[in-house]
Design a protein around this ligand. Structure first.
Ligand code: TRP
Ligand code: ZN
Length: 472
């Protein structure tokens, strides 16, 4: 579903206009056949992720069934992708990094395909009309490859000592299934993972039935809220899985089985429900059908990631031997900011990280620690204002200019409009944009509407200008 991207965002409207212009041009140009079908574009022109995402269709659902054998690191998969053509399609692309494709069918009919350089190009036997719903079934296998693009140490599908972890931002999904790999095309998922008996296989959403046959166990997961592809995860290995519930929804947590139930990892995850409720009190109702969290042991996972409904936490956060609630607050805050309301493009990454970082300040104050105002003052004094927060450049996506200057912006907004308008803005945002995508321009417009103030120069000063903004 690309709802907000094509229909709502300011950038979306520009993109629609550009596509319309291209369509006019290509009426007489090459690449368009007599029936009005043309090739879907091979990327979405997001400069932060060249080559990622594809045009010409909008995915509604992925049905994935993968089998992974840690003994030889081989993955065998079957993906059924249900999508709607957004223009007449003679062919279209899916992103798939590595792996060998053995068959592709469109609407049950074998299709021609070519797979090279991370693009699976599918040519159906006949064109797909604008607005038509179609399914693509891809059968594939191989040894998955990790991503080594240098943005925060890479990601993707990584073989571990006891299994594997698929995780990463902005790249991960295409290393284990064919996907429209851009956050602007959200979709729901059914994920089935088959692993040798005795290993756990965790993923996103609500747990389904678990079945075993011939030494293999199949774990089933359903994510029924639209999810950006980088928020998918697979964690396979030797884990102690705890399946409970919170507020009537399933809560699934897991820690490596070597770690004690009373250790800092398990104790941190144990407050997941309570912390989600704290955030719901400020942001509005928790947006998904399940809760959870997974702590992994592999030290190559140097970060945590807000994978939908079930964040993954690297081991480094718990190295001090004490629980780390701040990181749980951060990843759970993303369930509202980044996941339920997702990015139309990566230039707006501060909409994720600024709010998740600000949530840590609110929690610290609630927990009797440093107040948000004090954190704001300390961070203001420490900030290098030469680095911009909005559209920071790909190398700065996960920098303090995004996280900390982003949090400063959020607190400055609160000081400027007052607490009542501020929390009304947050709730209006999470309600109106729920399950969609959005841009900074959308946020500014909403903040102006709710507060009744003109905030253009405020946001320029806090997000973009390279001199210190006046204190609010
Ligand atoms: N978005 C994550 C956070 O703020 C951090 C992150 C960025 C990350 N890139 C990643 C985590 C790649 C894992 C892999 O918590
Ligand atoms: Zn974050």
């Amino acid at each position: 579903m690309s709802g907000g991207w094509a229909g709502r965002g300011a950038r979306g409207r520009v993109a629609v206009a550009v596509v319309a212009a291209l369509a006019l041009v290509s009426c007489t140009g090459p690449g368009r056949d007599d029936d009005g079908f043309r090739a879907g574009s091979a990327d979405l022109a997001d400069p932060y992720v060249p080559g990622s995402g594809n045009g010409g269709y909008d995915v509604a659902h992925y049905r994935l069934a993968v089998r992974y054998d840690p003994a030889n690191d081989r993955l065998a998969g079957r993906a059924e992708v249900t999508a709607t053509a957004t223009h007449g399609l003679s062919r279209f692309n899916l992103d798939l990094a590595g792996l060998d494709v053995s068959s592709v069918a469109v609407n049950g009919v074998p299709a021609e395909y070519r797979h090279a350089d991370g693009e699976l190009v599918v040519t159906p036997g006949s064109g797909l009309a604008t607005g038509s719903r179609f399914t693509v079934e891809v059968v594939y296998a191989g040894v998955p490859e990790a991503v080594t693009d240098g943005v925060l140490g890479g990601g993707g599908f990584q073989h571990t000592e006891d299994g594997a972890i698929a995780l990463g931002q902005p790249h991960s999904a295409a290393t284990w299934f064919p996907v429209n790999d851009h956050p602007s095309d959200k979709a729901t998922y059914d994920i089935e993972v088959t692993v040798p008996d005795g290993l756990a296989a965790l993923s996103n959403g609500v747990p389904g039935e678990r079945t075993s046959a011939d030494g293999w166990t199949t774990w089933r997961w359903a994510e029924r809220s639209p999810m950006a592809s980088y928020l998918t995860t697979l964690v396979i290995g030797d884990y102690r899985v705890d399946t409970g519930s919170h507020g009537g929804k399933p809560l699934v947590t897991a820690v490596p089985s070597g770690l004690p139930a009373t250790g800092p990892e398990a104790r941190s995850l144990a407050r997941t429900g309570e912390i989600a409720d704290f955030l719901a009190g400020r942001f509005g109702p928790y947006p998904f059908e399940a809760y959870g969290g997974v702590v992994v042991a592999d030290t190559r996972i140097g970060y945590a990631l807000e994978t939908q409904s079930r964040p993954v936490y690297g081991p480094g956060f718990f190295r001090q031997g004490e629980p780390n609630y701040g990181v749980v607050v951060h990843e759970l805050a993303h369930q509202w900011f980044g996941n339920s309301v997702a990015l139309a493009g990566w230039r707006d990454i501060w909409l994720n990280e600024g709010f998740a970082s600000y949530a840590e300040w609110m929690w610290a104050e609630h927990d009797g620690g440093t107040t948000a105002q004090r954190n704001f003052e300390l961070q203001y004094a420490a900030t290098d204002w030469s680095r911009r927060t909005l559209d920071p450049g790909v190398g700065q996506m996960f920098s303090t200019a995004v996280y900390k200057r982003g949090a400063l912006t959020v607190h400055a907004l609160r000081r400027t409009v007052g607490d009542d308008a501020f929390f009304e803005i947050l709730r209006a945002w999470t309600t109106e944009r729920r399950d969609g995508t959005a841009t900074t321009a959308d946020f500014v417009a909403l903040a102006e509407r709710v507060s009744g103030r003109s905030l253009g120069s405020f946001f320029d000063a806090w997000l973009t200008n390279t001199t210190p903004p006046a204190l609010p």
